[in-house]
Design a protein around this ligand. Sequence first.
Ligand code: 26V
Length: 809
Amino acid sequence: MYIDKETIKRDFKKKLTSMFAEEVQDASPLHQYQALGALVKEYASENWMKTRKQYTEKKEKQVYYFSMEFLIGRLLMSNLINLGIKDECQRALKDLGIDLGELEEVEVDAGLGNGGLGRLAACFLDSMASLGIPGHGCGIRYNYGLFEQKIVDGYQVEIPDNWLRDGNVWETRKEDKAVEVRFGGYVETSFDNNKLTFHHRNYEPIIAVPYDIPIVGYHNNTVNTLRLWSAEPVGREFDFSSFSKGEYTKAVEYKSWVESISQVLYPDDSREEGRILRLKQQYFFVSAGIQSIIRRFKKLGVAIQRFDEYIAIHINDTHPAVAVAELMRILVDDEGLSWDEAWRITTNTIAYTNHTIMSEALEKWPIDMFRKILPRIYMIVEEINRRFVEELSARYPGDEERIRNMAIIGYGNIRMAHLAIVGSHSVNGVAKLHTEILKKQELANFYQYYPNKFNNKTNGITHRRWLIQANPRLASVISSAIGNKWIYVPTDLRRLMGFSKDASFQSKISQVKYNNKVDFSNYVKEHYDVDIDPNSIFDVQVKRLHAYKRQLLNVFHIMDLYNRLKENPDLDIVPRTFIFGAKASPSYYLAKQIIKLINTVADKVNKDTSIKGKLKVVFLENYRVSLAEKIIPATDVSEQISTTTKEASGTGNMKFMMNGAVTIATLDGANIEIRDEVGDDNIVIFGMKDYEVLNYYRNGGYSAMDVYRNDIRLTRIVDSLINGYFNVSYNEFKMIYDSLLYQNDEYFVLKDFDSYVNAQNRINELYKDKAKWQEMCICNIANSGEFSSDHTIIHYSKGIWNTKPSIIL
Ligand code: 26V
């Protein structure tokens, strides 16, 4: 799309007038941002209509990505870039005395996700639209996203994320597309026309109202839709009738009960109470989403028996797995299909991605709770289970244990992963190792039973947001070397390999990094009043705080380095700035202690002038998408140090690589595939191998206590957690201490310590050789195209969904 500067100026002023009756110079940055956002949305609207129309007219197969989380962050800049009007817009605003960069900062992140899983969904939406694939998102419009994190006295404090306070310029409320979702009540059966029929009685109805957000493809006229559902009480009439009967309180209660459903995103912590509400959230958006798909499908005038030829539904983890039963319910109860026909359609339509082997994240719902909330859905799950167990008994006669372990319902629970596997035609892991572990360990029984369902789809990231948008300096240096084909075909970045030893190109790359580091240093100075040196190595670990991600290992290395510097202030190391960013789940106490530890170490180290500024530690508050966009382009060393086998894929690892950081990593998740791309010389690997970890988990034999006793560095570090070394209360880090020594260090922090310190020493040496370091950085950028989510989405599209691009002219 091309719009000239003068048109943008005129349209922008008009928007300010119509929305706020203000002139440019009188409008606040918020109003300026809102007017610009509304204008950009308007520019996208024609193509939005066109896209929808073409999909319908050509009866294109469409895919719906069902996810509890879409961590989309900000949209202004990515929409401007994808529409192709960023530069013109920047110039227009400049003429009006407005800095586009400043307006960008006004936008509040849409933080509707916890971490990797939610961000992946957002990257996938961008890639589907940019590839012209008819693919949409379906989720929940939470009134509150993931909590905002404040650090007070070194502790995490959670603050509600009221992201809708000033409205959301990107969404359109579609009241006419609302549907009803039913909870509770009971089911009556009757014989109508010789057919067993089910009647859901005495249920609580809820209205699901969709809010649509345009998903703009890159320079291709495609605009797909992210549809987020909001829960509302049924009609005003309800309130009035209750009121007139003197049941005012009941009406108010009903209203707040309904609204609680889309009120808040759950942190990814299964310890959290209030799981009932989460089950309601799941059914709420799944039912609404499927109803609206059916409604759209019916407009095509195609027989319902062919539903699966026109629709693919992808479920992002098990959170939307109730889709299997809901689609069955609609096909059997509402459409009158036979069970077998409905089952064929359902399993052909649905596909499932597993994102973790962490057992605490495997969803189970107690039968009683499930049945009470979703009585008809429960009956259907029971029937699916009954038939599945029958099949299993035929295949494995007498093998009761196997059958019990594989059943969907067992030990008083409904196992959502089993429902998802049985009810879909494809089950995929998110990196090669992860998929192998699923096949050989976690889901081995299912893999034996359904070998053809299992497949791998290694995760990816959108290079448009994570390179073009977040790092414009780098994007421009790349294009000046190899042209801009890489923007459309990201694997074309490989051609940078031809420049990896080129001194002049190396110096350009190094200059870009330096400038990004200066920008980030200024940000840290402004927000944290900490001076960091852009000439030091920026060593960064940003991700959710989890024991398995081992932020603790990173801290222990810092403590060791500090001890060494105290002993020898002239130690020959390149100055280092260790940067952390991480939210801990509110009830995950160990994780919160680790945050406190990082801040405590930071305090001690940063104040100590005797180490001559060689070491700084910064904990960034409130890590989120928009902060990731600032820190990743400024990073030298990317920390990907999870306990091998535990990180399903990781996607931050790919973002850093694409921005020319060197990775220090265990051979876990997609780190392995990154290593395969760049080769051993361009990544620093350490730590236990997958088979060693699996062997210890299976057979035991690890003694954390021995490792602690035999390594004097570790004795000192671990002891300092409880011996008054830090100026904190005696119990402050007791839980960390106990997890290592008395719970035998489940994640092998102590075991991998020595190998990690050696790897860090290698980083130090490598960095000293400027040319070699730059070569490594270039090699990482050059090989990152493989990890564009465009690539991933092409594989989903061909291998799972059977969708194809629909070019919008
Ligand atoms: C778990 C739970 C448990 C119940 C409360 C709500 C909730 C929400 C999220 C989760 C965690 C889901 C698993 C997850 O986020 N996995 C991550 O997925 C990324 C994308 O595939 C992958 O890169 C990461 O390695 C993986 O940890």
